[in-house]
Design a protein around this ligand. Structure first.
Ligand code: HEM
Ligand code: FES
Length: 346
């Protein structure tokens, strides 16, 4: 949580995650190359590398895009999210190898600069069936590069979470470009329709998971009654100890935590990468973001020293066992006395 560049700390979890990732990629590459060689023994090493690396990159991109919605649907997937950036950077590296091999294979033998040749060798930009699909792959690679290059927290701090998040939302543009790159490329190369079938399954899975996650996210929506400051949100029994209930009231996304016989409400949006604080839990007295572990004190929304992040806080009241929240936010870091839960309700 500092603005200075600090090297990535490879803790035990990260190392284990990376070992699993490397193992799974290795297994996939073995299976892909084995199957391709069995079906097309005449294939050249360059073409095999191009196909294997492009397919690995696209598969990794699908996994990267599926982790976010999976975590919204079931918190059991949260450990995957903790290291999602590693998956994104690995996707870029495989895409890069694929792109560079293609540039060498298809664009480096003439007297034109390979990058110029990429854009000018095929100029059927107005035709769908002959569209220069490689240009789409290049566009996606540029986006993946920008994302991989700014994936470190140093850039998150310097660009600010909003700009950083906006930049990283371009992953969906990259995905769209790649779907078209592969669809048009495979169609033009007259590959087997199996590749299109797998791509179709991938696209349907990614879209369905995002729709399902959006549906789950709608569940905590409330509206303030005219003239009322407080909105009834839930009962005490609806919140597990050291956990939160998330509610959306107008534009306010609020997490109400129950801990140590008290209730406190803060913004649901983490200052790091806008992770959902209300899906985290109280650890050592602090609200702990489920994405990368940033912490905030429930009573004032401040990160414990030496950290300086702050989120908004909200007033609560308890009537019987019903919890009410005032959706007007206090400025970030403002102390709001937590509501004590009477013993008979604990
Ligand atoms: C400079 C950038 C790129 C260029 C010039 C390029 C070029 C190509 C070419 C020529 C093919 C057809 C290869 C064949 O004969 O099978 C292809 C296929 C493919 N590309 Fe790219 N590509 C680029 C970037 C990317 C990126 C970034 C990804 C994924 C992240 C990607 C994923 C794929 C996939 C999955 C295929 C289908 C593989 C197959 O044919 O079985 N490409 N690309
Ligand atoms: S989003 Fe990274 S710690 Fe909250």
């Amino acid at each position: 949580m500092s603005t200075q560049y600090t090297a990535v700390i490879w803790n035990r979890e990260k190392k284990r995650y990376d070992r699993y990732l490397a193992g799974l990629i290795g297994l996939f590459l073995l299976a892909f190359c084995g199957l391709t060689l069995a079906l097309q023994p005449e294939i050249t090493a360059e073409t095999l590398i191009i196909r294997a690396t492009g397919t690995t990159a696209l598969l990794l991109l699908h996994l990267t895009l599926m982790i976010g919605p999976l975590c919204r649907i079931d918190p059991a997937f949260l450990p995957l999210l903790y290291n999602r950036r590693h998956l994104g950077v690995t996707t870029f590296f495989f895409g890069l190898i694929h792109g560079v091999f293609n540039l060498i294979q298809f664009h480096s033998l003439g007297n034109v600069n390979p990058l110029v040749s990429l854009f000018t060798a095929n100029v059927h930009y107005g035709s769908l069936s002959n569209f220069p699909f490689q240009v789409l792959g290049f566009g996606a690679l540029v986006i993946l590069f920008l994302m991989a290059a700014t994936s470190h927290d140093f850039w998150l701090k310097n660009l600010g979470p909003k700009a950083w998040k906006t930049l990283h939302m371009f992953v969906y543009l990259a995905y769209g470009l790649l779907v078209m790159h592969v669809l048009l490329g495979v169609a033009q190369a007259e590959h087997s329709p199996v590749a299109i079938g797998f791509l179709g399954m991938g696209v349907v899975t990614v879209i369905s998971l995002h729709l399902a996650a959006a549906f789950f996210g709608q569940r905590g929506q409330f509206t303030a009654a005219a003239g009322e400051d407080f909105v009834e949100v839930c009962g005490l029994a609806d919140i597990e100890d050291k956990r939160a209930k998330v509610c959306l009231i107008g534009k306010e996304n609020i997490a109400i935590f129950k801990y140590d016989g008290k209730l406190a409400a803060v913004s649901n949006i983490c200052k790091h990468q806008h992770g959902p604080l209300g899906e985290g839990k109280i650890v050592d007295g602090c609200i702990t973001c489920p994405w990368h572990g940033y912490q905030y004190l429930p009573e004032n929304g401040c990160s414990p020293p030496p950290f300086t992040e702050k989120v908004s806080t909200y007033e609560l009241k308890l009537v019987g066992d019903r919890i009410f929240v005032n959706p007007r936010p206090h400025p970030e870091g403002t102390r709001v006395e937590p509501v004590e839960i009477p013993r008979k309700h604990e």
